[in-house]
Design a protein around this ligand. Sequence first.
Ligand SMILES: *Cc1c(COP(=O)(O)O)cnc(C)c1O
Length: 375
Amino acid sequence: MPALERLCEERLAALEAQSLRRELVEIESRDGVMIRVNGKEYISFSSNDYFGLSQHPEVIEANIEATKRYGVGAGASRLVTGNHHLYAPLEAALAEFKGKESALVLGSGYLANIAAITSLVGRGDLIIADKLVHACMIDGAKLSGAKLMRFSHNDVEHAEMLLEKYRGEYGQCLVMTESIFSMDGDEAPLKALHEVSKKYDTELLVDDAHGFGFPHLQTSLADVVVGTFSKAMGCYGGYISASNIKIESMLNFGRSFIFSTALPYGLISSINKSLELINQEKYFERIYKNKYYLCDGLKKPTIDHSGKSAILPFLVGEAADAVALQEKLKQEGLWVSAIRPPTVPQGTARLRITLNVLHEESHLSKLVEGLRKHG
Ligand SMILES: *Cc1c(COP(=O)(O)O)cnc(C)c1O
């Protein structure tokens, strides 16, 4: 066997021994929050499609109509021939929604973070990021060539200490965080981070992937907001919202924007529709209601009950125990994903519960029962 393949096998075996090996699970069908796997029905608590918009009839119809009219693939990057007229109203609406001058749509949230970070900072610059920011922000930081430092989760004093000590040694500086943290469901102290950033002549970049559609968040305090259409919007794709000149820079220097094909037309049309629905309906109220119901029912404390988001972490500790609990809940017809290192820090493996507007009280009480029995 070639040496490289043997090495791959050894690495996978090492993961297996730590209960960290990942594999794909085939979903046979999906209807609301119900999923079918291996012939069995489960209530799902692990979709980021919080508002159920991926299955909303109007969002689906928008996709079908645009696809019939314009075809499926965009055929080229937006800078070549892929800049369809559906983009202008979407980007104007996004800019307004985020309280910025301008917005740019890209292929995914991952690609949006890469473009935003690499087109703003480079060698000789500094990035100060929350310890728990998403992997794609770290990848963007590494690709940019800027020096990356981390501050303890939501610890503004620690961020300030780093700025005070090191800011002077670098050119530009970017502070990075998330509006709602993807694995803890808690909020970043955006106001305090904004103030500290300004004090040290630094810009604030916020990834709003899990905050979209939760209006209390002060993301407009950020200089750059990055986000995704794949979660609350129920679609796919990403965006950046910032000042005109920054967006122009990303269009010219953001390699993950320039060298990647534009999103399919049907999708852009669906995204426009989802945004319209989120502006009209107060989906977030239903999420809070479901979250409070669940928290009230659970004995065991989770990491943070208070985050006004769709995410509720149920802390377990060891990866093997989290996987065992996940399997026990499956036997009860409940689908809740175990999240293990390196996605979360060592010793904090957990079940990540996500609330959905389509969850009914009977679904929630079944989860409470399951967690009381096995958790
Ligand atoms: C999901 C997520 C992303 C990636 O977005 P995609 O559109 O799925 O590529 C980026 N940042 C955060 C914080 C996320 O949770």
